[in-house]
Design a protein around this ligand. Structure first.
Ligand code: NAD
Ligand code: FES
Length: 283
């Protein structure tokens, strides 16, 4: 059992939980994730470890409440317990040891970029971060990333920082040259746009993929992704991959496969599911 020691709302549907998990806090590396299992019959939720503190034995999880299970997770409060936190899972981030890295975070993906920027800074790499949100209230982890280097904030509506997508700011930074590597995490269209931008410039680009995961052990095939002609499993081969090789169309398709089921599951949890109402009426 893992006690929740702190809770913070970061944006309208994004919550930070600091969870007691001392072994994971001690050994986790940038890019790795955990699978959270709220209770016995609950869905398993993969979450990147956004930060950790080995002294307090806590790991930081950042959750976007989009479905039934993530809504249940963010409904927990300080002092509540999570049944299982399995990890750390996945390969640590491929780091450069010197030079200049550009870290790009879109929306909740900014929390995933945070440990990468942290790890790069610890190695002495110059870090520039470009982070974005729909508007000011959706921008997260700005202060945390400022510890590691310059941060450029973008909002789609111009309500904070510069107006536009993260790719607009990234394009200008890349045009100035001297960026050895780009790390990009966020919505699939964003990661695809970043990869398209850097491909022509020949700048190595690492993206963190978030396909549907079930077991997290490479057995179920749920997290299958295609890289060129190769098939990989994000849970055991990733979750970070060469962005220039990822088949983003397939990833987007596979991510939308269960959308209808997810909507139905939310409706049932809210008591607005038509099938459930009919069953109750017939009972
Ligand atoms: P969002 O849709 O609000 O977009 C955030 C920012 O990304 C925008 O402000 C913009 O700067 C940029 N962006 C979006 N579309 C773009 C495009 N077509 N071209 C260039 N830039 C674009 O983000 P959100 O609602 O926070 O959603 C985050 C997404 O990230 C979710 O779909 C979630 O599944 C995914 N995610 C991925 C990971 C991962 O490891 N890859 C982790 C967490 C979340
Ligand atoms: Fe099952 Fe990756 S989650 S193979």
């Amino acid at each position: 059992m893992h006690r929740i020691l702190a809770k913070q709302t970061l944006s309208p549907n994004v919550t930070r939980l600091d969870v007691h998990a001392p072994r994971i806090a001690q050994i986790r590396q940038a890019g790795q994730f955990v699978i959270v299992h709220l209770s016995e019959n609950a869905e398993r939720i993969p979450l990147t470890v956004a930060d950790s503190n080995s002294e307090t034995g806590t790991i930081t999880l950042v959750i976007q409440a989009v479905g039934k299970s993530t809504n249940e997770l963010v409904a927990l409060n300080v002092g509540d317990f999570i049944r299982d936190v399995a990890g750390p899972l996945g390969h640590p981030t491929e780091m450069i040891e010197r030079g200049h890295a550009l870290c790009i975070g879109g929306g909740v993906g900014t929390a995933v970029v945070h440990p990468i920027a942290q790890g790069l800074k610890q190695r002495g790499v110059q870090v520039t971060s470009v982070i974005g949100g729909r508007s000011k209230e959706w921008v997260i982890f700005e202060k945390e990333l400022e510890r590691y280097g310059k941060v450029v904030v973008c909002t789609d509506d111009g309500s904070y920082g510069r107006k536009g997508f993260v790719t607009d700011a990234a394009r200008e930074i890349l045009a100035a040259g001297k960026v050895e590597i780009v790390y990009a995490v966020g919505p699939v269209p964003m990661m695809r746009a970043v990869a398209n931008l850097t491909r022509g410039l020949g700048v190595r680009t690492i993206v963190s993929l978030n396909p549907v995961m079930i077991d997290g052990t490479g057995m179920c095939g749920g997290c299958r992704v295609s890289l060129g002609s190769e098939t990989k499993f994000a849970c055991v081969d990733g979750p970070e991959f060469d962005g220039h090789l990822v088949n983003f169309d397939e990833l987007q398709d596979r991510l939308s496969t269960y959308r209808e089921f997810e909507q139905r599951s939310i409706a049932c949890a809210n008591g607005t599911c038509r099938m459930e109402k009919a069953a109750a009426a017939n009972a």
